[in-house]
Design a protein around this ligand. Sequence first.
Ligand SMILES: [Zn+2]
Length: 251
Amino acid sequence: MIDPKFEKITAPSLTAAQATKLRNGIARWGYDWSHSSFSWLKEHLKTELRRLQRDRCCYCRRPLRFDKGPVEIEHVINKAASGAYVRFTFVLRNLALACKDCNNGKGQKVVLRAPLPPRSAYPTSAAPFLWVHPHFHDYSAHILIHDAWVYEANGGSREGTAVIDKCKLTLLSGIERANRRMLVESCDGFAAALPRAVEMAGDVGLDALCVELSPLLSKMMGSCGSPSKAEAAIRAAHAALQAIAGAAKGP
Ligand SMILES: [Zn+2]
């Protein structure tokens, strides 16, 4: 089972000066998310949420990358929904970091069980949502991530099923498998490929990793290689890494 890294986002915040700056910005420019006068807020949130989300996408929980494009600020309640909820555009609890794949997959999905009354405040609990809200739901109560990125709605959770379907999380096991192969294949020889493969064990599970990558690594070992030798090398390198991590933690 893959650790989701965090269950829900807790206490994103602005300083008093930032809150004032945001209020003034909204008073002057309205809820125009794309207006350049809110760039400072987006930069602040990307740093703050990345920390609170332990560098993981709020929906698929894969690592967020540092490239310019792939990390996006997701509006849980869609700010564009016919303008009905534009007032939630800058509500911190409506914002989370998602990878591009999840953000695109979710699109403008309606996540509320029923429309909120006009002018109502942002919800303060999970109850109104038919969706795993990154600030309100405990992720693993609704979505389990099995080794090698296989997703399951926990107990058939409707909220978890909605996220898995809409963000197309069932495609990720194949995508991640292809990524792992590419990362290993792109290494310059077996000595470089082995540590690269072993560092993936945390996300795949050691046994699954051995099954998946031993044949590929054995080819990189040259004429003396075999899948069983490659597997032994993976397990030995993994054990060494665990020993180092254990020693670093101390008694
Ligand atoms: Zn994602």
